[in-house]
Write a protein that binds this ligand. Structure first.
Ligand code: ZN
Length: 376
């Protein structure tokens, strides 16, 4: 087992309409490795919808140790149409949301791949024993670059969001200026919760409480789409008792999603002789939760109810949902803006929402429909 460092830092508006494209600049990457990396980028291109090309630099470098790859996403915050203020977004995602290139002249993603690894450079997933599948690792690293990443750090007992420094990752450097993070979290971090403490971004930052949470083995991602892809449960995040910068709190939990699990791609360790060429439903749910538009057929079955099929909106005491499956007592879930479950039930008539706090909610049915409404 070797470690996948990630890192970083990372770090609806005019709807983008086209498949994402990648512009990759290589430094020292052998041609057949370039082909495998492009293959991985094309997999992401078939998943993501974005009108702004994603600029990636790949450095084929001796990383030493057990590292297979390290990724640094560039970041932006408080850009036009940003869903959350004072929150870092990977620039590839920020550009997609804004519908414009916010970082002209800067790369979106820096990927380092270890030139000393015994790579399998084929694209067929038929990885021989003892070799590491480059398509799988490139897919994983690009996933971080797209925003599957947070800004958690722990020094001694103190945990923090948004205090990552370029020097934390020396001698590696980024091609773009290191954003001054100002103790602000990333959008991924805003969905992290721990069993003992609730939402982690609600805790003092920095603080020992946050540090304890980071190493509690009980950190979960609670976005609505990720949960829908995980049988309605929060998705467990890798948060071992010893904090590992670049691994802790930025991956799915290894033991929960072991090799062979459809969600294993974004776990922190990868084994030789294996391959995984699809992000899996939880990762895709996470990407959607943090703001990506995904192609409609990528494995998260979901369709929006037509306008008027939930009424009244805004609502005060009760809502009625016309689901297209009349007479069926369909289970439903209502989630708040943070992806937390606010109400669960089965539709058999008007739904009492009088106990919900005022705000925006997402209703989701078992058959895959979703719709939003406002509670006054
Ligand atoms: Zn990783």
């Amino acid at each position: 087992m070797r470690k996948l460092f990630s890192l970083l830092f990372v770090a609806c508006m005019a709807a983008p309409s086209s498949a994402a494209t990648f512009s990759i600049t290589h430094f020292g990457t052998p041609p057949d490795a370039q082909a495998a990396i492009q293959y991985a980028a094309d997999i992401w291109g078939g998943i993501l919808i974005s009108d702004v090309p994603i600029k990636v630099s790949v450095s084929w470098s001796a990383l030493g140790g057990a590292a297979l790859g390290v990724t640094f996403p560039n970041g932006r915050k408080d850009f036009p149409s940003a869903p959350f203020a004072s929150t870092w977004y990977a620039t590839a995602l920020a550009n997609s949301i804004a519908g414009a290139e916010l970082n002209v002249g800067e790369d979106d993603i820096n990927v380092y791949l270890n030139s000393g690894t015994n790579w399998y450079l084929g694209t067929d997933g038929n990885t021989p024993a003892g070799q590491y599948d480059l398509v799988s690792i490139a897919l994983h690293e690009l996933g971080h670059g797209l925003g599957f990443v947070g800004l958690a750090k722990k020094v001694a007992n103190e945990g923090s969001f948004g205090l990552l420094q370029a020097s934390d990752f020396a001698p590696l450097i980024t091609t773009f200026p290191w954003p001054e993070q100002d103790t602000l979290p990333g959008i991924f971090d805003r969905f992290l919760t721990s069993t003992a403490n609730g939402p982690l971004t609600f805790l003092n930052n920095p603080s020992t409480v946050l540090g304890t949470a980071f190493t509690s083995n009980q950190v979960y991602f609670n976005g609505a789409n990720a949960m829908a892809a995980n049988s309605g449960q929060n998705a467990r995040i890798y948060a071992p008792s010893v904090f590992a910068l670049g691994s802790s709190c930025v991956h799915l939990n290894e033991a929960t999603f072991p090799a062979g699990n459809p969600n294993e791609l974004m776990t922190p360790f990868s084994s030789a002789g294996q391959s995984n060429h699809w992000p899996g439903p939880i990762c895709l749910g996470i990407l959607r939760d943090i703001g990506w538009n995904l192609a409609p057929d990528v494995g998260i079955a979901e369709h929006h109810l037509p306008s008027g099929h939930l009424y009244p909106d805004p609502a005060t005491s009760e809502i009625t949902i016309i689901t297209g499956t009349p007479g069926r007592k369909e289970p439903f879930t209502i989630m708040d803006a943070f992806g937390r479950i606010a109400l669960i039930g089965s539709i058999s008539g008007p739904i009492d929402v009088s106990t919900l706090d005022a705000g925006a909610y997402l209703a989701r049915g078992q058959t895959g429909w979703v719709t939003r409404f406002i509670k006054q």
